[in-house]
Design a protein around this ligand. Structure first.
Ligand SMILES: NC(=O)C1=CN([C@@H]2O[C@H](COP(=O)(O)OP(=O)(O)OC[C@H]3O[C@@H](n4cnc5c(N)ncnc54)[C@H](OP(=O)(O)O)[C@@H]3O)[C@@H](O)[C@H]2O)C=CC1
Ligand SMILES: N[C@@H](CC=O)C(=O)O
Ligand code: NA
Length: 341
């Protein structure tokens, strides 16, 4: 299967590392997963026989742009790569823009129009125009998967759509941002100040390109909109969410909460058509009291009753896990269809 990576930052490099490390496992169990093009904000590298992913990471980390990849690099823009390079799947992992959804929205729609399946971790277009994207993918007969867009490695979207298929999801409540959970945990457990904890989160590659999206609660808001639209059949936008972030939370507030048997978590909640994101007191012994970059989601369903999932909500390799599972789904679907013909 031929793959184009659009975006080569923390997640793009994480996907490249995972595809390199898992290449023998993938070949043995599925087939050849080949990255034929990689793009970033200033250019691209293209090789129809498959790029050397370790070399691509090294070029990116030493020179700052993939266009410096020996012999295969150029200033070719992402949109032209999507149109002109022969591939099966585009992995869209540019920054999430929660106002316009660009450049990801155009990348995704253009991929569909060029008969390319899409896997994305990008929350922008999903939170702003989910229905349009799903309809366009259907119109062009291609697959559109986005497990990584909510909760990173934590299985939530495909779990709801596949394993919990047939259930009506009545409410979802959880911690859906790894950066803020990391910050709150560091402040609570080590008394670290907010800025130092945020700096560490950036260094771990878990924060958004614009980390205010994390700490002001907008990333969590985007995610509950995606959940509302993709697995609860609602039609919401980020404007429908009442949002409050964690910038006013201090180590002292966490200490006082602990003394009373509580902790403080940034909770996203969808219940009875209301979407809310705010710091909430959570009992110390609650299943919601997970630490570090962990995320947690508590589903209330009509058949399976309560379901709780926990997993790493952020991180290059962890997020690449969700992207890989979507790529494998596309690979197996393509090859099953071909065998039936
Ligand atoms: N970090 C995480 O743990 C998670 C991130 N995500 C989502 O994944 C996406 C990527 O995140 P992350 O890798 O951390 O972000 P980074 O900021 O590390 O990387 C973004 C990449 O996109 C590139 N880029 C920007 N504009 C364009 C463009 N027009 N064409 C091609 N590439 C472009 C940047 O180029 P350049 O290098 O030249 O600046 C960079 O390589 C985001 O949407 C984020 O919300 C989802 C789950 C977890
Ligand atoms: N910045 C986000 C990345 C995953 O969506 C987070 O911290 O959860
Ligand atoms: Na996920």
């Amino acid at each position: 299967m031929k793959i184009i990576l659009v975006g080569f930052g923390a997640i793009g490099k994480g996907v490249a590392k995972v595809l390199h490390e898992k290449r023998d496992y993938l070949k043995k169990n599925y087939g050849d997963f080949k990255v034929v093009a990689i793009t970033d904000s200033s250019g691209s590298a293209i090789d129809e026989n498959g790029l050397d992913l370790i070399k691509a990471i090294e070029v990116k980390e030493t020179t700052g742009s993939i266009k410096n990849y020996p012999e295969k690099g150029s200033k070719m823009k992402s949109i032209d790569v999507i149109r002109e390079v022969k591939a099966d799947v585009v992995v869209e992992i540019t920054p999430s823009n929660l106002e316009t959804g660009e450049p990801a929205k155009t990348h995704i729609l253009e991929s569909f129009r060029n008969k390319k399946h899409v896997v994305t971790a990008n929350k922008g277009p999903l939170a702003l125009c989910y229905k349009e994207l799903v309809e366009e993918a259907k119109k062009h007969g291609v697959m559109f998967r986005h497990e990584a867009s909510v909760g990173g490695a934590m299985p939530i979207i495909n779990l709801a759509k596949e394993t919990l298929a047939g259930n009506e999801i009545l409410s979802i409540r959880g911690i859906l941002n790894g950066t803020t959970n990391y910050i709150l945990t560091k402040m609570e457990k080590e008394g670290l100040d907010f800025e130092t904890a945020l700096k560490e989160a950036k260094e771990l590659g878990i924060a958004e390109t614009d980390p205010t999206q994390d700490i002001e609660g907008l990333d969590t808001a985007a995610k509950i909109v995606i959940l509302a639209n993709s697995i609860m059949g609602l039609e919401k936008t980020i404007k429908d969410v009442k949002v409050k972030g964690i910038t006013k939370i201090t180590p002292e507030a966490l200490f006082l909460a602990n003394k009373r048997g509580y902790t403080i978590k940034l909770i996203g909640q969808i219940k009875e058509n209301h979407l809310i994101v705010e710091p909430m007191l959570v009992p110390i012994d609650s299943p919601l009291n997970v630490k570090g970059t962990l995320n947690v989601a508590m589903f209330e369903t009509d058949l399976a009753r309560e379901v709780v999932v926990v997993g790493r909500g952020a991180g290059p390799i962890e997020t690449a896990s969700a992207i890989l599972s979507d790529l494998i789904h596309i690979y197996t679907t393509i090859n099953t269809k071909q065998k039936i013909k």
